[in-house]
Design a protein around this ligand. Structure first.
Ligand code: GSH
Length: 125
């Protein structure tokens, strides 16, 4: 909230329904770069958790499209703690070699230091 981490969140309404707030950052990569960002080898970095179904779909597409050499990868600890997603020495983790963060929330704050919203994976940066 406003750039400050909180592990408390209100995600249900008065009837107990789960509410998923819209993703804060959503952009596109287009072939000509006109409708978003241009495709470019080595330009983009993918952040995932193997525990996340959204994230593992991006890994599948990255592999099927032969983009594993073009888009580099970081993998967070599979456990999302009170501080949100983070990088660790756990098996399978790949540290954030691009932005040097320990907590994924710090990636969001790099884009908007006053960010309000969820800190989620996958992220393509
Ligand atoms: N980016 C997806 C959502 C992805 C998502 O919700 N990922 C979960 C893991 S499966 C997450 O990171 N949750 C963290 C949280 O809600 O604090 C969307 O377009 O809505």
């Amino acid at each position: 909230m406003n750039g400050q981490w909180t592990s408390k969140r209100q995600q249900d309404d008065e009837q107990g329904r789960f509410l998923r707030p819209p993703t804060r950052f959503r952009n596109w990569i287009s072939q000509d770069g006109e409708q978003g960002f241009p495709p470019e080898v080595g330009r983009y970095h993918l952040y995932v958790s193997y525990a996340c179904p959204w994230a593992h779909r991006t890994l599948i597409m990255r592999a099927l499209k032969g983009l594993e050499q073009a888009i580099s990868l970081s993998v967070v600890d599979p456990y999302m703690g009170d501080e949100g997603w983070f990088f660790s020495e756990a098996p399978g983790c790949i540290p954030d070699t691009v932005n040097g963060t320990t907590y994924v929330r710090d990636l969001y704050l790099k884009v908007d230091p006053q960010m309000t919203g969820r800190v989620t994976v996958p992220i393509l940066s």
